[in-house]
Design a protein around this ligand. Sequence first.
Ligand code: AR6
Length: 172
Amino acid sequence: MSITVVTADLTRLTLDAIVNAANPGLLGGGGVDGAIHRAAGPALLVACRNLPEVSPGVRCPTGEARLTPGFALPARFVIHTVGPVWHGGQDGEAELLARCYHSCITLALEHDLHSIGFPAISCGVYGYPPEQAANVAIAALRIRLAAHPMLDVQLCCFGDRMAATWQNALSA
Ligand code: AR6
């Protein structure tokens, strides 16, 4: 079973899949979402637009995940998920964030994808405190990796400070 923290630009990782911290519309945005769309090229937006809407403007509800090819990315696939917006912690945020990690791993297993890079979902624009997010993410991942030890999960942090926070959570 392998969970590692790496300090890197997620769009540069050569893995079976990288995870996008998207919004429910799946038509791009800022942060890691913008970086992934820029690096994948315009075909990614076309693929996202072709995913069915489950309600007006919503292609991926919070906590769920959707798969597209990676196009020009070194990663073969992108798993798009939508993390919760932080509202103070009493609004089901931890459960929704854990659900994101579970949904991504489920989708990866369904498609036989073994190496997966995650960004710090919800820790940017969506405002989730990184220490708490790291604990939720690692607990969720440990549950899944116990049953699927062939998975190689890389927790990709943008900057040394974020990486130290996640490494502390992983070592606890
Ligand atoms: N590689 C790795 N991590 C990155 C990269 C990168 N290239 N770029 C940013 N991060 P955010 P969220 C880190 O805001 O909080 C978008 O507009 C970043 O430093 O990308 O889930 C979507 O469309 C932070 O630690 O995602 C949504 O509207 C982490 O990735 C909304 O933002 C997540 O920050 C989603 O917000």
